[in-house]
Design a protein around this ligand. Structure first.
Ligand SMILES: C[S@@+](CC[C@H](N)C(=O)[O-])C[C@H]1O[C@@H](n2cnc3c(N)ncnc32)[C@H](O)[C@@H]1O
Length: 276
C-alpha cells in the first residue's frame, strides 16, 4: 500500500519540489484560506492589525498620487490589495491559489472595489514598464529556490517603470539561528490541515547550508502517503541586496519589517524598499 514509504521520510535534496501544487488541493486550500482570513493568526497572512499598519506605512512613504499603479505579488485573498485600493492605488493582484483569487474577486465585487485579480504563477508573469509600485509581502521570496528568486526579481524589475519601487520582506538570520532540527509525529483522528481523512503526520525540520531551512511533512492516511516540503531561505541585508543588485535594483532602504520599524540585525525579518 505504501510503496516506497522511506523515500518520503528521507532528508530531501535541496529545493526538492512537492509532487503537487498543494495550494490548489481542494481540502488544503480551504484550510489555507481560513488561515489567511483569521484576523488574529500569523499563519498564511499576518494579523490584520499588522496589515493595517503595513498599508498605512507603505502608502505614506510611496504614496498613490506619485505611484498610482500597484502590483501585489502573491496577493492571497486580497487583504493588502483591498486596503491599497481603498487608499487610492489602482491595484493588480496576482496569485496561484484559485480559491484565494475567487474569494478576492467576490470580496472586491461585494464592496465595489475596482481591483484586477489575476490567477497565474507569478514566475510566468510578463509585464513590462507597467507598475509604479510592487509589493511581495510575507517572506514568500525566501520560499523560492535560488533560481526562481532570480527569475521573480527580474520579472518584477521588468514590470516596474523606471523609478518604480518594490517592497519586499524576508526572514533574517535570527530566524535561521533559532530554527532547530527536530522530528515529531501526530495522529489527526478527525482529519486536519493536510487531509479531511484520519491521518498520521510525520514532521521533520532540517537545516541546510546557505541559510536554508525545510519543514517537511509526510501525511499518511489509510490509503496513501504524501509529502509536503516548505523551504525557506534566510538572509542578511548583504545577501539580500546582492540578489537585488543582480536583478538590476540599486537604491534601497532597509527596515526591520513592512510596517517601517527601524532596521536592526536582531529582527526576525528584513524589509527593503528597492528602486528601479
Ligand atoms: C505567505 S502567503 C502571503 C499572502 C499575502 N501576500 C499576505 O501577506 O497576506 C503567499 C502567497 O503566495 C501565493 N503563491 C505562492 N507561490 C506562488 C506562485 N508561484 N505564483 C503565484 N502565487 C503564488 C500563495 O498562494 C499565497 O497566497
Amino acid at each position: 500500500m505504501y510503496n516506497n514509504i522511506f523515500k518520503h521520510l528521507e532528508r530531501p535534496t535541496l529545493y526538492k519540489q512537492n509532487d503537487e501544487i498543494f495550494w490548489n488541493d481542494e481540502h488544503i486550500s480551504k484550510h489555507m484560506l481560513a488561515a489567511h482570513l483569521n484576523p488574529d493568526f500569523d499563519g498564511a497572512s499576518r494579523k490584520l492589525c499588522f496589515i493595517d499598519q503595513s498599508v498605512k506605512w507603505i502608502s505614506e512613504i510611496i504614496p498613490f498620487y506619485d505611484y498610482p499603479r500597484l502590483l501585489d505579488i502573491g496577493c492571497g485573498p486580497g487583504l493588502y490589495a483591498e486596503r491599497f485600493c481603498k487608499t487610492g492605488y489602482k491595484v493588480t493582484g496576482i496569485d496561484f491559489s484559485k480559491r484565494s483569487i475567487e474569494y478576492a474577486k467576490n470580496s472586491a465585487n461585494k464592496q465595489g472595489l475596482d481591483i484586477t485579480y489575476v490567477y497565474q504563477d507569478y514566475l510566468k508573469m510578463d509585464y513590462s514598464n507597467v507598475f509604479d509600485l510592487a509589493t511581495f509581502i510575507y517572506c514568500d521570496y525566501g520560499a523560492l529556490s535560488t533560481e526562481n528568486r532570480a527569475i521573480i526579481l527580474r520579472k518584477i524589475y521588468h514590470s516596474l517603470k523606471v523609478g518604480g519601487k518594490l517592497v519586499l520582506d524576508v526572514f533574517s538570520m535570527v530566524k535561521y539561528d533559532d530554527f532547530e532540527e527536530m522530528k515529531t509525529w501526530n495522529i489527526h483522528e478527525n482529519g486536519g490541515f493536510w487531509s479531511a481523512k484520519r491521518y498520521l503526520s510525520l514532521k521533520a525540520h532540517y537545516k541546510y547550508s546557505d541559510n536554508v531551512t525545510l519543514e517537511q511533512t509526510a501525511v499518511i492516511t489509510d490509503s496513501e502517503i504524501k509529502e509536503y516540503c516548505i523551504w525557506n531561505s534566510c538572509f542578511t541585508l548583504k545577501t539580500l541586496m546582492r540578489e537585488a543588485n543582480e536583478a538590476g535594483f540599486h537604491k534601497f532602504a532597509a527596515f526591520s519589517d513592512v510596517t517601517g520599524k527601524a532596521y536592526t540585525e536582531n529582527s526576525h525579518t528584513i524589509a527593503v524598499v528597492l528602486e528601479k
